[in-house]
Design a protein around this ligand. Sequence first.
Ligand SMILES: Cc1cc2nc3c(=O)[nH]c(=O)nc-3n(C[C@H](O)[C@H](O)[C@H](O)COP(=O)(O)O)c2cc1C
Length: 307
Amino acid sequence: MGLNINTIVEIAPGLHLKNPVMSASGTFAYGEEFADFFDLSILGAVVTKGLSLAPKEGNPTPRIVETACGMINSIGLENVGIPAFLRDKLPFLLRFDTRVIVNFFGTTEDEYVRAAEALDTAGVSALEMNVSCPNVKKGGIEFGRDPEALHALVKRVRRACSRPLIVKLSPMVTDIRSVALAVQEARADALTCSNTLPAMAIDEKTRRPVLGNLTGGLSGPAIKPVALKIVWEVSRAVNIPVIASGGIVSAADAVQFLLAGACAVQVGSAGLRDPMCYPVIIDGIRAYLEEHGMQDVSCLVGGLVTD
Ligand SMILES: Cc1cc2nc3c(=O)[nH]c(=O)nc-3n(C[C@H](O)[C@H](O)[C@H](O)COP(=O)(O)O)c2cc1C
């Protein structure tokens, strides 16, 4: 007889997911295309494309290139804008029995605050703040690189919304722990670790950069070991939940991130290659638990053996 296995995880105070598998922002759009492949209700949560107050067109094409063990994208945060999302996209997602987490960004503190206020609405289970965006008032330096500026920003956004607030960190910092602690001190509920790594591709035949934007963000298995170390380091430094992102393609990857200290995982680039990887990963985590006689997925979280 099979074990009675509990896969429910709590990713922020009072916010439970039926299992630890979520989509990653920007790789799942607003869920419509993936619903043709599987029932979105199987997911722990859907994380939407990053949204801004106004619609955004994004960067010139080409915007995606495949690399060894991954891909580089320079989409440029193209999105329909928050009002159109709430009107045209959110009702579709609410048909499914899953959590909807909305990723958002701004280019000034005020934009972040206004976006959070606009998204603090029925049906949205949590907000995920992307802080890898250039701060126009600070000469284009990413918000997420400066712990003090980030602390001030998160504090304001925190006050602007009543929903759980997740902050998604950039891996491109000198000391990720000080950034994570600044976010925790500003009373964010959880962290996502971490976003893409800056990268570029060159076509030696044309002698030109491959991407229209010249550079982009590297994702996929190539960045997994980097993300794994960040999750391990951050989850030992903070006492708020950490959600993993970076190169997860299999249940084994997901289990590794849980062992490193993540309470949930986001699957991004892998779904662009094979949309059915979501059900496969969810089933695979359950099979791992069964095989190891574990009744609760939480037993895996932070279970790394280091002695
Ligand atoms: C095409 C594409 C678009 C993305 N758009 C966003 C975005 O809008 N906001 C965000 O926070 N992260 C965005 N990301 C980053 C992913 O959510 C994820 O953190 C990253 O790709 C690493 O995970 P992966 O290796 O599983 O893809 C994007 C990634 C890709 C590949």
